[in-house]
Ligand binder design. Structure first.
Ligand code: SAH
Length: 267
């Protein structure tokens, strides 16, 4: 149907303004060499980068000197911007016509709340593009020489969040055990509860575990033990975030040569 006053339409419709795109970019586990080419290109050309606390300073250093860097640190101890405020910031900047690089540790869609940010942008009419990154599990596996799957040891691998709403209500039964590898993100603070939960599900207290702190970074540490000693391993060595816990037979396979080579390559 024709509007009553078609010649007046220009007065009522909003002034057309180009909306910026939000790129949700995975920064990988730390080593800048593990960025995708697309991520490196976007960071190198960015005017505005909104990043979380996990993004390594060496990666932020790839941004042009003129780029505006906004830190919305996600850490249990440091000040954190609430997720709704982060969503609002991305939308506001994009609607103002600015291209936004939203830089996240690892992969944006693995425990990164990237899904929520993408939804908020789309709901506001802001175009979103996702650039995958190497998730901490892949980085830690490569850097520690622990194969997440192995024909002789594991053909199933699961990623879980140790720090999540209602850990005790989460059903992890069947995720760990013979032939399976369980990778736990954000599990340091709940290591004791995790051990109890898994042993309660019938997992052997002697199941091998590995804790990888600062995977792919120069300060990386790899600690090995068994499930019953996980909490002690974490506290004795004062393991700090970011760290991953790998539980399964693969964690005990001797990969010292790979580990030494990786340490050499990050030097
Ligand atoms: N999106 C990220 C995960 C964010 S949740 C990814 O795909 O990797 C944050 C958790 O990731 C940390 O608590 C830690 O468990 C893990 N993590 C991230 N970077 C890490 C690193 N370099 N070494 C070990 N664990 C890491």
């Amino acid at each position: 149907m024709q509007p009553a006053w078609p010649h007046l339409r220009w007065m009522t419709s909003p002034v057309p303004q180009s909306v910026g795109t939000v790129h949700l970019v995975g920064a990988g586990p730390g080593d800048p060499d593990l960025l995708t080419l697309r991520a490196a290109r976007l960071i190198g050309a960015a005017t505005l980068i909104v990043h979380d606390g996990l993004v390594d300073p060496a990666i932020l250093a790839l941004a042009p000197a003129t780029a505006r860097l906004v830190c919305v640190a996600k850490s249990r101890s440091r000040h954190t911007m609430p997720q709704n405020d982060i969503n609002a910031l991305l939308v506001r900047e994009a609607l103002a016509g600015r291209a936004v690089v939203r830089l996240k540790g690892g992969d944006p869609f693995v425990f990164g709340r990237g899904g929520e940010e993408a939804e908020a942008c789309r709901a506001a009419g802001v175009p979103v593009q996702v650039v995958p990154g190497i998730s901490a599990a892949m980085g830690a596996a490569a850097a520690s020489g622990i194969a997440l799957t192995h024909r002789d040891a594991a053909s199933i691998v699961s990623f879980v969040a140790g720090q999540c709403k209602g850990l005790s209500d989460q059903n992890w039964a069947g995720l760990a055990g013979q032939g399976r590898t369980l990778v736990i993100y954000m599990g340091l603070a709940t290591a004791a509860a995790i051990t109890e939960k898994l042993i309660g599900d019938g997992l052997s207290p002697a199941m091998p575990v590995a804790v990888i702190e600062n995977a792919t970074r120069p300060a990386m540490r790899v600690l090995r033990g068994v499930l019953a000693g996980l909490d002690t391993l974490v506290s004795l060595h004062r393991v700090k975030s970011p760290a991953l816990i790998i539980i399964g037979e693969v964690a005990a396979r001797e990969q010292a040569a790979t580990l030494a080579q990786f340490a050499e390559s990050v030097r």
